[in-house]
Design a protein around this ligand. Structure first.
Ligand code: OAD
Length: 241
């Protein structure tokens, strides 16, 4: 069997796929993330300088994610269908910290930037599932230390999760698709080049061209909730990639 006939697909998703579920993207027209500069809420330095502000910021994001109105949209559901029905491997690598791919049913899923519904202790490194607010006087349930539990989010200056697995999947994929990501943040913005150099076809799906649009073989323009189900239908109907 040749490598091409394996039909392995890597799908990188960003904030744009969850925009149609009602979650704000990172880089709005005002350049702020929910009213904050990213460096004030998404760096280890920010957490050390003002842990209350950072915990409050993620508490509000977590509460929003758990509102009944926030649900997977047609794009998340289509990708879960693709994983169930596709002949090769589907690996979803998401930069999103929401759990909408999980809820839609994708199993082979890498949360490279962490998860809003997870926290960990800076001292004993134990991880906990978390659906509640975390305050600065929170006591770690494992080591009993106070104020050491932080959001399980990869902040700027920290290493994204599971990079070895991601590069392995990128090296062996036949098709790389990026959905709803602006291409501002590396290493994710460099995945298209890595997949392309290893022989994959590369497709970008976005409402506008990203920073790295010129590196892709093909661009599909439109809202993820409309374009992704259509694209998945095409793939399942004509599975020769
Ligand atoms: P951005 O907010 O930078 O980009 C969102 C992209 O989605 C933009 O290119 C939009 O044009 C596009 N978009 C918006 N609505 C869309 C829709 N309905 N359908 C399709 N596309 C749409 O978000 P990311 O690229 O995900 O990192 O940001 C990458 C990382 O930067 C985040 O994971 C986060 C942030 O700092 C960390 O928190 C570590």
């Amino acid at each position: 069997m040749t490598r091409k006939s394996a039909g392995n697909i890597v799908i990188l998703t960003g904030a744009g796929i969850s925009a149609d579920s009602g979650i704000q993207t990172f880089r709005g027209s005002d350049g702020l993330w929910c009213g904050h500069r990213v460096e004030d809420v998404a760096t280890p330095e920010a957490f050390r300088a003002n842990p209350a502000l950072v915990q409050d910021f993620y508490n509000r994001r977590r509460r929003q994610l758990l509102e009944p109105s926030i649900q997977p949209n047609a794009a998340h559901i289509a990708l879960a269908e693709l994983e169930k029905n596709w002949r090769g491997d589907i690996t979803i690598v998401t930069q999103n910290i929401d759990d909408l791919h999980d809820r839609a049913g994708n199993k082979n899923l890498i949360h490279m930037h962490g998860e809003l519904l997870s926290v960990f202790c800076n001292k004993c490194e134990t991880r906990f599932h978390c659906r509640e607010d975390v305050t600065t006087d929170h006591v770690c349930a494992n080591c009993q230390e106070t104020g050491t539990v932080r959001p399980d989010i990869v902040w700027f200056g920290e290493m994204p999760y599971r990079m070895d697995e991601i590069y392995e999947a990128l090296s062996y994929c036949d098709l790389f698709i990026a959905i709803g990501t602006s291409g501002h943040v590396y290493p994710a913005a460099g995945f298209v080049a890595h997949a392309g150099l290893n022989g994959a076809k590369t497709v970008e799906i976005n409402i506008e061209e990203s920073q790295v649009a010129s590196v892709f073989d093909e661009h599909i323009s439109g809202r993820a909730a409309e374009t992704v189900p259509e694209y998945v239908k095409q793939l399942l109907t004509y599975p020769d990639i």
